[in-house]
Design a protein around this ligand. Structure first.
Ligand code: HEM
Length: 403
């Protein structure tokens, strides 16, 4: 008997087309409902990998120590970008005990004391930027005049990047966080940025200041981490602080302005803001494609499927955030929702190191906009807004608003 054409395991192509607004990527959405543990092919890398989309399965995979990040190094695993964003030795590609050591080194930077100081400064800067935008008069591109500069100031403050260097860092960010950057271009940008942070760390080792690069430089001098580890931590924190925050908070503003009834309620009850911010993190599919994979070190059962030792596994957190087994009407925004913690910041040992910072920035920015701009509205019809294409972090190119 001739086997049917799909004889053998079905592998789904995930072509990664640019998506506007907060439209959910149709491939992982379909797989979440039809085949929650599926084999996929992506535009880059070789062969196939597993894609896990359901909430409980994603939690299982990301908390199982038998799935390794270190084992991804040097393997052409299917991926969203032609170059690997995270260098070997970086926090995202390390397993315990290296991973635990690196996370302990950055933890104080996001501790309560630092966060209180940063929140005060963020509020002050937000107030000043809001005033400047108000003075210049409508319309304004709020991503460019408010969200972008604020997230850049916060990350510069956290790491100790001199303001004069931010322009250069922003250019590197554009080069690295694009799906279109070739492997060679990616490598050359990574070299430049590595040289920059190695230089900054040298200067801070001689003249320490109250910032994270100074702390990491001291830890390196004490033998607690290597120069490549220091550089990769600094790069990861900088890129996330600049790109992820700018894009998701701009998208949050867009979502609020296109859901006026829910936003009106939020204005009258500002105490609901923290919960609303978490619902926005759940609802917005921030990531274009998947992040870093994991490699199984043993045969593992996930959602009734056996993943064999040495196979690569991707999770897609935005899909887990839309799992109907966990969220009632998951594709609907509900700023008062209180069902289960979302997975937008990941889960398990690699849970986002900057989650508290990102939450704080989003709260301060949205809170400031809602109170200082009572008549805030989009300055153009929603379908005229251009959305970034081929970017790791999705978001609006510009966000023209009026008030
Ligand atoms: C603004 C929205 C942000 C979102 C949605 C986000 C989301 C995530 C996700 C999904 C992961 C990966 C989890 C995994 O590997 O399984 C991650 C990791 C990470 N994020 Fe964020 N992040 C954001 C902002 C930030 C900020 C502001 C920083 C720091 C300034 C940051 C620093 C990191 C670091 C260092 C890791 C690696 C953690 C590890 O591998 O142990 N992120 N983030």
């Amino acid at each position: 008997m001739t086997p049917p054409e799909h004889y053998g395991p079905v592998v789904h192509d995930w072509p990664l087309v640019p998506l506007p607004r907060t439209d959910f990527d149709p491939v992982p959405h379909r797989l979440l409902h039809e085949e929650p543990v599926a084999r996929i092919r992506l535009p880059h890398g070789e062969g196939h990998a597993w894609l896990v989309t359901r909430y409980e399965d994603v939690k299982q995979v990301t908390s199982d120590p038998r799935l390794s990040r270190a084992r991804t190094v040097g393997r052409p695993i299917p991926s969203t970008t032609p170059h690997t964003l995270a260098p070997p030795g970086g926090v995202g590609r390390a397993d315990p005990p290296d991973h635990t050591r690196l996370r302990r080194l950055v933890a104080p930077a996001f501790g309560r004391r630092r966060m209180t100081v940063l929140r005060e400064r963020t509020e002050r800067t937000a107030g000043a930027l809001a005033l400047r935008t108000l003075d210049a008069g409508p319309p304004a591109d709020i991503a460019e005049t408010f969200v972008g500069p604020l997230s850049a100031t916060v990350v510069a403050e956290l790491l100790g990047i001199p303001a004069a260097d931010l322009g250069r860092v922003q250019e590197w960010r554009g080069g690295l966080l694009s799906h279109d950057t070739t492997a060679e271009e990616g490598e050359s940008v990574k070299k430049e940025i590595a040289g920059y942070f190695a230089g900054l760390a040298r200067r801070r080792a001689e003249h320490p200041a109250d910032d994270l690069v100074s702390e990491l430089a001291a830890a390196r001098a004490a033998g607690h981490l290597s120069t490549p580890e220091l550089v990769s931590l600094a790069v990861m924190l900088t890129l996330n602080g600049l790109d992820a925050v700018r894009n998701i908070v701009s998208t949050m503003v867009y979502v609020l302005l296109t859901h006026p009834d829910q936003t009106a309620k939020l204005r009258t009850e500002p105490g609901r803001l923290p919960r609303a911010v978490d619902e926005l993190f759940r609802y917005i599919p921030q990531r274009g494609g998947v992040g870093m994979p994991r490699v199984a070190t043993a045969d593992i059962e996930v959602g009734g499927v056996t993943i064999r030792a040495d196979e690569a596994v991707h999770v897609f957190y935005p899909a887990a955030n839309r799992d109907p087994a966990v969220y009632n009407e998951p594709d609907r925004l509900d700023l008062g929702r209180d069902e289960a913690p979302h997975l937008a910041f990941g889960h398990g040992a690699h849970y986002c190191a900057g989650a508290q910072l990102a939450r704080m920035e989003a709260e301060v920015m949205l809170g400031t906009l809602l109170t200082r701009f009572p008549g805030l509205a989009l300055a153009v019809p929603p379908d005229r807004i251009a959305w970034r294409a081929g970017a790791v972090n999705r978001g609006p190119e510009t966000l023209p608003v009026t008030w």
